[in-house]
Write a protein that binds this ligand. Structure first.
Ligand SMILES: C[S@@+](CC[C@H](N)C(=O)[O-])C[C@H]1O[C@@H](n2cnc3c(N)ncnc32)[C@H](O)[C@@H]1O
Length: 313
C-alpha cells in the first residue's frame, strides 16, 4: 500500500505531529536525565517516533518541516535526540546480553535496518567478491552495537566499531564479551575522522556522526575501502535524524547509486556508493587492461568517472 492509499487512521496528522514534536522538545530541553530512567523522556519519545513514522504526503511533510515553531528547533532537537539515543543505548548496553537483548525496545528497528543495509551491499558484485572479503568498519557504533552484531551474523566478517566516547567503547565492549562476540567484533576508541580505515573493505557511517565530511575524507584515504554507506533521513524522519549534507557527494566526488527504503520500522535512509578506485590501483588495472588489449583478449573498459550531485538529499 502506498502512503497515499493508507486508511485515514494509519495516516499521519499534521497538527498531531507538530504537537508531539513541540511536546518532546519541551520535555528534552528541561530534562536533566535523558535516559530511560526518566519516564517523561521515554513517553514523549515513544509518541514522537510513532507520529514521525506514519505516512505523510509531500505537502504535509512540507507543512510540518516548515512549521514556524518546528523549523527553528530542528537543529537543537537533533542534539537532544542524539544525547537521548546515546543514553538509551548505554542504559541497555550496560545490562543486556544474548538472552535478554529482546528487552531492547527498538531491537526490531535496528535488525531490520542492518539487514536492509547488508542486502544492499550484497547487490554489489564488489562486496561479494573474495577480494573484498575484508572487515567492515562502523564509525559511531555507540554503546549498544546491534548493527555490528547483525552485520557479523549475516556476513561472517570481522567488524570494527569506532567511537570517540570512552564510555560507549567500555559499555559496548563489555556487551560483546557477555554475548561471546568479543573476538569477531572489536572496538577502537578514536575520532572517526582520524581513524585509519586500512583493511576495511566496507564502511557504514552512523547517522549521529557529527563531522560527516571529515569522516568521509578519511575513509577515502584508505586504498582498501570500496563500499561506502552513510545513514541519512528523509521526509518527516528529518525531525529525528539529520540528513546527509546535500553537498557531500559532490565535495568528495562520489555518487550515491543505491539506498534503503524507509518503512514504519526503518527510520533511517541509508545511502550507498562504490568509491572510485584509488589512482595507484586504477593505474594497475589500466596496465592490465592494456596488456590484455594488446594480446587481443579484451577492450579496455572506460575509466569510471563519478557523476557529481546527489539524487535527492
Ligand atoms: C548514539 S550512538 C549510536 C549510533 C546510531 N545507532 C546511529 O546509527 O547513528 C552515536 C555514537 O556516535 C559517536 N560519535 C559521534 N561522532 C563521532 C566521531 N566523530 N567519531 C567517533 N564516534 C563518534 C558518539 O560518541 C555516539 O556513541
Amino acid at each position: 500500500m502506498s502512503p497515499q492509499q493508507n486508511a485515514p487512521s494509519q495516516r499521519g496528522n499534521v497538527a498531531e505531529m507538530v504537537g508531539a514534536y513541540l511536546e518532546a522538545y519541551a520535555v528534552l530541553s528541561t530534562a536533566a536525565d535523558f535516559s530511560p530512567r526518566n519516564a517523561d523522556v521515554t513517553r514523549t519519545l515513544t509518541k514522537l517516533v510513532a507520529r514521525a513514522s506514519k505516512p505523510y504526503s509531500a505537502q504535509e511533510t512540507q507543512s510540518i518541516l516548515g512549521h514556524p515553531e518546528v523549523r527553528p528547533r530542528i537543529r537543537k532537537m537533533w542534539s537532544y535526540l542524539s544525547r537521548a539515543e546515546a543514553e538509551m543505548e548505554a542504559f541497555f548496553g550496560e545490562k543486556l546480553d544474548k538472552s535478554t537483548v529482546t528487552d531492547f525496545p527498538y531491537l526490531k528497528n535496528y535488525q531490520q535496518l542492518a539487514a536492509a543495509e547488508i542486502s544492499q551491499w550484497n547487490r554489489s558484485l564488489h562486496f561479494r567478491s573474495p577480494e573484498s572479503a575484508g572487515a567492515i568498519a562502523l564509525p559511531g557504533a555507540g554503546p549498544l552495537p546491534l548493527t555490528a552484531v547483525v552485520m557479523h551474523q549475516q556476513t561472517g566478517r570481522p567488524i570494527t566499531c569506532i567511537d570517540s566516547d570512552p564510555g560507549a567503547v567500555r559499555i559496548g565492549s563489555r556487551f560483546l564479551a557477555r554475548c561471546g562476540l568479543a573476538k569477531d567484533i572489536t572496538y577502537v576508541h578514536a575520532d572517526a575522522a582520524s581513524h585509519d580505515y586500512r583493511g576495511h573493505s566496507a564502511v557504514l557511517v552512523a547517522s549521529l556522526i557529527g563531522d560527516k565530511h571529515g569522516v568521509t575524507k578519511q575513509i577515502m584515504k584508505s586504498k582498501h575501502t570500496r563500499e561506502y554507506a552513510v545513514r541519512s533521513a528523509e521526509g518527516t524522519h528529518i525531525l529525528l535524524y539529520p540528513p546527509v549534507p546535500s553537498q557531500l557527494p559532490r565535495k568528495h566526488g562520489i555518487t550515491f547509486d543505491r539506498r534503503t527504503a524507509p518503512t514504519p520500522e526503518i527510520i533511517n535512509t541509508t545511502l550507498f556508493a562504490t568509491l572510485p578506485v584509488p589512482p595507484a590501483a586504477s593505474d594497475n588495472l589500466r596496465a592490465a587492461g592494456n596488456a590484455a588489449t594488446q594480446n587481443g583478449l579484451c577492450k579496455l573498459p572506460p575509466v569510471r568517472r563519478p557523476a557529481p550531485g546527489h539524487p535527492e538529499a
